[in-house]
Design a protein around this ligand. Structure first.
Ligand SMILES: Nc1nc2c(ncn2[C@@H]2O[C@H](COP(=O)(O)OP(=O)(O)OP(=O)(O)O)[C@@H](O)[C@H]2O)c(=O)[nH]1
Ligand SMILES: Nc1nc2c(ncn2[C@@H]2O[C@H](COP(=O)(O)OP(=O)(O)OP(=O)(O)O)[C@@H](O)[C@H]2O)c(=O)[nH]1
Length: 437
């Protein structure tokens, strides 16, 4: 299982620039105005064959001057509880600030490794300016320029050397792993209790080898699966539970270690930003999904129109991925709790679908013939055949075409939808590639 690295630091020190460089994504918006960055919260980095996840704490601050620094401080604390390693970024242009000292105090007390990183060392002549940060009591700073990339290779060497070694969990690979995720108060602990009750005979707790990772095996009523991180979910942390960042940090490990995510939504609140953040984590990790609209007992009018309105609202928010089940349930009254497990099992099986090449072509080629890819620049575009790739993490299909570069996203999506119409891939992300033949 991957390790989790958190980047912390004052606004404008270059967290998002560094996050971008490490994850090599160009999605992050870098700006000169403090606190304007978004969608840079979570990504993956690979270095020397080791993979780890990165969270940029700067992506989560509520933008308001009076709570700004307090909120960041709070996030630093959460990061120290949930991450495996912290990159503490400071800025040689501004030099040492009181706030850096505050954060250093929190970090010195934390039990995880901290790497002090002096950013904006754009040329070697500036490296001496970084010496003052030694005062923070966190060792010698690693000098980097996130903007040019200078020093980041050395930094990554240190990160990889410092991260705890990835330990193999003692779990059976053939048994599905379900994670229950959702915002605070959505009913995660309640539904886990409804699944396993307090009956010790049906569950075995297997202590994971990594901090906080615990799989609970459930084997009864024809079900056999692991619930991921149940102990972590049932452990309450009321102090920070309102923090958006907190629910995300809490979810990362569970999601990364699961096959199917059971996303709990509170029927009395609808879909909110926090639900969307968790949904995006599920998507970025290519996990299968079912949505449980919980606390359905509290909804008075449950006629079909209300159900449809709920469903449409959820699908609209999560578009374009809309092929997943939504179940209206109550962890309290146990209404449809079994349905949730049954559906999670089906969705897991969909992940392992194998469609033979003959069958796939028999169905897809006539569809393509009827609705061929639109010709671009007078070019005739032809898809010759298709097949499913073997041994992939999620079902992946390749369509071979004479001019793949002219087949655009809408048509790719059309192909994906046609595959979904013809085979049961409910809840399961799939890949559709177009390649040259
Ligand atoms: N000269 C120089 N400028 C940098 C470097 N890294 C980042 N910057 C600039 O510093 C400014 C802030 O960078 P960001 O990455 O947005 O900083 P941040 O810490 O994510 O800021 P918040 O979003 O406020 O948390 C931008 O103008 C960047 O171009 C660097 O290595 N050298
Ligand atoms: N009426 C009703 N209340 C529910 C239901 N599920 C959970 N609750 C209540 O909602 C509150 C939160 O439930 P929890 O199971 O603790 O929620 P959680 O998602 O684990 O919350 P955090 O630990 O804060 O992340 C509790 O008071 C539950 O009793 C439900 O289906 N119906």
């Amino acid at each position: 299982m991957p390790n989790l690295v958190a980047i912390v630091g004052r606004p404008n020190v270059g967290k998002s620039t560094l996050f971008n460089r490490l994850t090599q994504s160009r999605k992050a918006i870098v700006s000169d105005t403090a606190g304007t960055t978004r969608d840079r919260q979570y990504g993956k980095c690979q270095w020397n064959g080791q993979e780890f996840s990165i969270v940029d704490t700067g992506g989560w601050v509520v933008k308001s001057d009076d709570i700004f620094e307090g909120a960041i401080r709070e996030q630093v604390k959460v990061a120290t509880e949930e991450a495996d390693l912290v990159l503490f970024l400071v800025d040689v242009e501004t030099g040492l600030t009181d706030w850096d000292e505050d954060v250093a105090t929190i970090l010195r007390r934390a039990k995880l490794p901290v790497i002090l990183v002096a950013n904006k060392v754009d040329n070697s002549g500036e490296a001496y300016e970084a010496a003052e940060f030694y005062k923070l009591g966190l060792g010698d700073p690693q000098c980097i320029s996130a903007a040019t990339g200078g020093g980041t290779g050395d930094l990554l060497d240190v990160v990889v050397a410092t991260l705890p070694k990835e330990a193999k969990e003692i779990v059976d690979d053939d048994i599905p792993r379900f994670a229950v995720v959702g915002r605070p108060n959505a009913g995660k602990s309640s539904i886990i209790n409804a699944f396993i009750g307090e009956d010790r005979n049906i569950v075995t707790e297997i202590a994971g080898t990594t901090r906080d990772s615990i799989y609970t095996r459930f084997n009864k009523f024809g079900f056999d699966f692991y619930l991921v991180d149940t102990a972590g979910i049932r452990k309450k942390n009321k102090v920070t539970e309102d923090l958006e960042f907190y629910s995300v940090m809490r979810s990362i490990r569970s999601i990364e270690n699961s096959d199917v995510c059971i996303l709990m939504v509170d029927a009395t609140r609808g879909i909110e930003a926090q639900d969307m953040n968790i949904f995006q984590l599920i998507q970025k990790n290519n996990k299968s999904l079912i949505v449980v609209v919980n606390k359905w007992d509290l909804v008075e009018n449950k006629d079909q129109k209300v159900i449809d309105t709920f469903k449409n609202a959820i699908y609209n928010r999560m578009a374009p991925f809309v092929d997943f089940p939504i179940i209206f349930a109550s962890a309290l009254t146990k209404q449809r709790i079994f349905k949730v497990l049954e559906t999670a099992k089906e969705v897991y099986q969909n992940r392992h679908i194998h469609i033979g090449t003959t069958k796939l072509n028999e169905v897809m080629l006539p569809i393509i013939e009827q609705t061929p890819p639109p010709s671009t620049k007078g070019k005739y575009i032809k898809i010759k055949y298709c097949s499913q790739l073997p041994n992939t993490q999620i079902p992946s299909f390749v369509f071979y075409a004479n001019l793949p570069q002219y087949i655009k996203e809408p048509y790719r999506r059309f192909l994906e939808n046609k595959i979904r119409d013809n085979w049961s891939l409910h809840g399961c992300p799939i890949n559709v590639f177009i390649r040259q033949k």
